[in-house]
Ligand binder design. Structure first.
Ligand code: S0N
Length: 275
């Protein structure tokens, strides 16, 4: 059992999430434990804001997404604020803004690790699915309830789930709406690791610290390349954007910019044509 106490520092105040960091590791916690961390449009908007802060902050290298307490990662969209056409927040607009959050987790060029304790259900389970890695406590349970409660995710929740666990298993998950233990989810390649509940934060932080020793650019490109394989043209745009970012740092890229600004012809002949 882990006895290590971690010293997290709050980054910003929110009403439905907790956003903390410890050195280069950020932690975003869905904080509605009385509702098993079901998310409202406000919870999602706050997560989007926190993830964007992580994206822009060059001193953050890896992000943990988790739920408050030991009972749930998240039980999905909050059914009590589900209106017609989406989930309704204080602005009275019905939204499915969790889809924007899924995209953000996919495109943020830093590893996102889901740390799952307890229930990981519905849209909450899709959030752990779209994270790059998932470390689960041995009390975790995974499942999709959509067809029982009148909802479904025909995007990442279906197509990407099928890529991850296989089509037959993904259909089983969606058609039967049963719950799977952490051990079962691990055996389905749904998650990366199962550890005792008391150790889940320590192991997650160990993984973060290992990743932080690796080349951030190599990891960024690996994430973008795997997204490109599954995200079609949007994924290629991301991978292509990373190539452009790297090209801008080269003398060859700078020569084009400088020649334009200096009103002269660029001299690209000086640059090697690698095989
Ligand atoms: C998780 C379950 C099985 C746990 O059962 P258990 O342990 O018996 O606890 P409960 O007593 O049921 O729950 C404790 C309290 O928490 C409340 N609560 C639980 N889940 C929710 C929820 N989702 N919304 C609101 N409240 C919730 C309970 O009501 C209870 O409160 P009290 O004590 O006051 O009675 C069990 O709780 C369960 O089955 N929960 C519902 C799971 C569910 O159906 N979730 C929604 C599934 N759908 C989505 O998530 C869609 C999301 C979406 O926005 C979307 C839309 C389009 C495309 C994509 C998505 C996407 O997100 O991916």
């Amino acid at each position: 059992m882990s006895t290590e106490a971690f010293q997290w520092t709050k980054v910003k105040d929110y009403s439905e999430i907790i956003f903390e960091r410890m050195d280069k590791i950020a932690k975003i916690t869905m904080n509605r434990p009385q509702h098993l961390n079901a998310f409202t449009p406000v919870t999602v908007q706050e997560m989007i804001d926190a993830f964007n802060i992580c994206r822009d902050d060059a001193t953050i290298g890896v992000i943990i997404l988790t739920g408050a307490g030991d009972k749930a990662f998240s039980s999905g969209g909050d059914q009590t604020v589900r209106g017609n056409g989406g989930y309704v927040g204080p602005d009275h607009i019905a939204r499915l803004n969790v889809l924007d959050l899924q995209r953000l987790i996919r495109v943020i060029p830093k590893p996102v690790i889901a740390m799952v304790k307890g229930w990981s259900v519905g849209g909450g389970n899709i959030l752990q699915l779209v994270c790059d890695l998932t470390i689960a406590a041995d009390n975790a349970k995974f499942g999709q309830t959509g067809p029982k409660v009148g909802s479904f995710d025909a995007g990442y929740g279906s197509g990407y789930l099928a890529r991850v666990i296989g089509h037959k298993r993904a259909k089983e998950v969606w058609f039967l709406n049963e719950f799977y233990s952490a051990e079962e989810a691990y055996n389905m390649n749904w998650i990366n690791k199962v550890v005792p509940l008391a150790d889940v934060e320590k192991v997650t932080i160990d993984w973060c610290r290992t990743i932080l020793k690796r080349s951030p650019t190599a990891i960024r490109l690996i994430k973008a390349a795997m997204n490109a394989d599954t995200d079609g043209l949007a994924g290629l745009q991301q991978l292509g954007g990373d190539a452009t970012m790297l090209f801008y740092t080269t003398d060859e890229g700078k020569e084009g910019r400088d020649a334009f600004n200096e009103k002269r012809d660029p001299d690209f002949d000086q640059f090697p044509k690698f095989p």
